[in-house]
Design a protein around this ligand. Structure first.
Ligand code: C2O
Ligand code: CU
Length: 484
């Protein structure tokens, strides 16, 4: 076993402290990490930035000596990184060149329900779809993925997902002091677990864990066994859990702290040094890692303690960071993460226009599965609401709400941990726990079109663990769903 431990002392320490987990220290880290290209765009006569995304099949080398069938946007696996400025009008032309219907949902984006890309608006085989909106939210790491009825798990698993980075000029001062050069010191890290059978990507639910497909191999940006050459003393990792079910507890192999600088909806008010970052499906975290010249250190996922809900393996090598021996930046200002990152307006629960309670249990939310003709919550535009969300049984779930970013007020009645101190759109629901969140439903009212909230474990979502909310202009207005 020692011979297999490329990481040397760190790997040995890991094995000792983690009780001899069999999965770490075995990855060769022999492939350069692929960086999804920034999506090309044009600016039309109205000043709208226009992107094109084609969902299409392809063939990928995912590390088993031959290629396997995968799906991607504008390529064989995953999609390009979209990037847009706050205030920018954007339009995305989506083309479906798959053999089944799909949609594209802009996860974390504040936008009108009509262009949200939920299951109400399927793009037929061979069809096209346009989504246009104005980006209006703080700088953040968002993502996009399919959201059709019943097919979301398999479509994401086959490779349909991509990152969407929002930039905000008003935050330029903070951003300038953070690593911000895409693909150089500001790195997308899209983490997914996969199964292979005879070298082919396998969809089998072989762990029968009640949570859908769990894989025993890790891809980062579609790269198996990846390493990243780091040329700066600080590197920013935009971690995205784009798996279908798995939870990761990200750590560095030598236990060094990461500076957590951002969560789903943007930067924290101040960096939070931590050794572990837990991400359930759909969640993002931005961390900054400090590197010394010449060293190698691995990003790993440590055992989560979630037992059978993690399948046969619950600890993984993820990504090796290799610092160049001499190119590390000598500029001292690059060695520190700024202590002030963002001004976050705290939403005030005493201002709540409405309080609601949702219990996640089995495949139901408050004992109901998704019904496209039922509205579960009617929300008045520009009001603040407090939602109490509980996981009522022993299966992990992940709460996600469209359109808004929320703040966590409490976890089982206590103040939330610092990593839940910023904007969130997805929240891990630990078995048995209750979470209070607060959000403002600003700007967009449309009685004819529903937004979703749901479990982001994709099998659960496909099986109907979703509800709908409609935002209306003023109190007393009634929704009039118009999708049929
Ligand atoms: Cu990331 Cu409703 O989804
Ligand atoms: Cu669930």
């Amino acid at each position: 076993l020692l011979l297999l431990c490329g990481g040397g002392v760190a790997a040995v320490t890991w094995l000792l402290t983690s009780g001899g987990v069999d999965t770490v220290g075995k990855v060769a880290f022999d492939r350069p990490l692929k960086i999804p290209p920034l999506a090309e765009s044009t600016v039309d006569a109205n000043g709208t930035r226009v992107f094109d995304l084609t969902a299409e099949p392809g063939d990928s080398d995912l590390g088993h000596g031959r290629s396997t069938r995968t799906w991607g946007y504008n390529g064989a696996y995953l999609g390009p990184t979209l990037r847009a400025e706050r205030g920018q009008k954007i339009k995305v032309n989506v083309h479906n060149r798959l053999n089944e219907p799909t949609t594209v949902h802009w996860h974390g984006m504040h936008l009108p329900a009509k262009v949200d890309g939920g299951p109400h608006h399927p793009i037929p085989v061979g069809g096209d779809y346009q989504a246009a909106w104005t980006v209006d939210q703080p700088a953040a790491t968002l993502w996009y993925h399919p959201h059709p009825s019943d097919l979301t798990e398999r479509q994401v698993y086959r490779g349909l997902a991509g990152m969407f980075i929002v930039q905000d000029r008003e935050q330029d001062d903070e951003q300038d002091d953070l690593p911000h050069e895409y693909g150089v010191d500001d790195i997308p890290v899209i983490v997914q677990d996969k199964n292979f059978d005879g070298g082919q990507l396998s969809m089998s639910d072989r762990f029968l864990s009640d949570i859908g497909i769990l894989g025993d191999e890790i891809l980062v940006n579609g790269t198996p066994a990846p390493f990243l050459d780091v040329r700066t003393s600080l590197v920013r990792l935009r971690l995205l859990n784009a798996s279908t079910a798995r939870v990761y507890d990200f750590t560095m192999s030598d236990g060094r702290p990461m500076q957590l600088i951002g969560t789903d909806g943007g930067l924290l008010s101040a960096p939070y040094p931590t050794e572990t970052v837990r991400l359930s499906v759909g969640e993002r975290a931005e961390v900054v890692v400090a590197m010394r010249p010449g060293e190698r250190v691995e990003l790993r996922s440590a055992p989560t303690g979630l037992g059978r809900f993690q399948g046969g393996r619950d600890a993984f090598d993820v990504l090796q960071l290799r610092a160049k021996p001499n190119q590390l930046g000598a500029q001292p200002n690059q060695l520190k993460v700024p202590q002030h990152l963002a001004d976050i307006e705290r939403l005030d629960p005493s201002q709540a226009a409405q309080r609601r309670t949702f219990t996640f249990q089995g495949r139901e939310i408050n004992d109901d599965r998704m019904d496209m003709d039922r509205v579960d919550a009617v929300v008045v535009k520009d009001t603040v609401e407090v939602w109490s969300v509980a996981n009522g049984h022993d299966t992990p779930h992940s709460f996600h709400i469209h359109d808004v970013q929320f703040q966590v007020l409490s976890v089982d009645g206590a103040a939330p941990q610092p990593e839940l101190g910023g904007w969130k759109d997805t929240l891990f629901l630990e078995p048995g726990k209750r979470y209070e969140i607060i959000a403002r439903f600003a700007d967009y009212a449309d009685p004819t079109t529903a937004y979703m909230f749901h479990c982001h474990v994709l099998r659960h979502e496909d099986e109907g663990m979703m509800g709908q909310f409609v935002v209306v202009e003023k109190a007393g207005d009634k929704p009039k769903l118009g999708h049929n």
